[in-house]
Design a protein around this ligand. Sequence first.
Ligand SMILES: C[S@@+](CC[C@H](N)C(=O)[O-])C[C@H]1O[C@@H](n2cnc3c(N)ncnc32)[C@H](O)[C@@H]1O
Length: 209
Amino acid sequence: MAGPTGDHYFSAAPKAGPRPGRVRLHLPDLDGDLSLRTDAGVFSATAIDLGTRFLLDVGARPGPDVTTVADIGCGYGPIAIATAKRAPDATVWAVDVNERALDLTRANAEAAGVGDRVRVVTPDDVPDDLVLDALWSNPPVRVGKAVLHDLLRTWLPRLVPGGSAHLVVARNLGADSLARWLADEGHPVTRRGSRRGYRLLDIASSLGP
Ligand SMILES: C[S@@+](CC[C@H](N)C(=O)[O-])C[C@H]1O[C@@H](n2cnc3c(N)ncnc32)[C@H](O)[C@@H]1O
């Protein structure tokens, strides 16, 4: 939904004046809480989104062998930064169109001690030859189906054979129809579970193991 200034959380340059804040992210498997800077004009600025929380609790568990992973639509960085903490040898690409969100992710990654391994970029700055072991995303469903499908058609083919993507999507925003579309596109998709109206979708690389 657009805010009072006509902004969306996916505006490239939000017009909303600064309203800096912080959210605390406690993950039982990590030492110490993450204190993440947020601001007006970015997604879920006052609290970790419930879908993101579900993904972090259940789905965002990088295996020991991953070296290159991505968070598509990183916002202020909760998934990218938690993933970098959980996979201490991995490079994490944190991608967003919202410049304010990207600045926050950069600052949050630096403060969390993972700034050297979190590459914070716009989609245009992603190298063409980037390949990924895994990707996580609370994707921007409010951009509309066509844009979301384009985004997934861009990112899923970057997975290595045997790689996987993990998406959290609200049921009332089309999680089940997205799962059907993914299957129709040839991606093996599993509905891993639901929590408080969100579905977690696991997608295997269509290139197989
Ligand atoms: C649902 S929010 C999730 C934000 C963050 N990962 C979180 O969990 O708090 C989706 C994000 O996708 C971003 N986005 C929109 N279009 C995008 C695109 N084409 N490529 C990458 N990110 C995009 C939005 O700006 C927004 O920050």
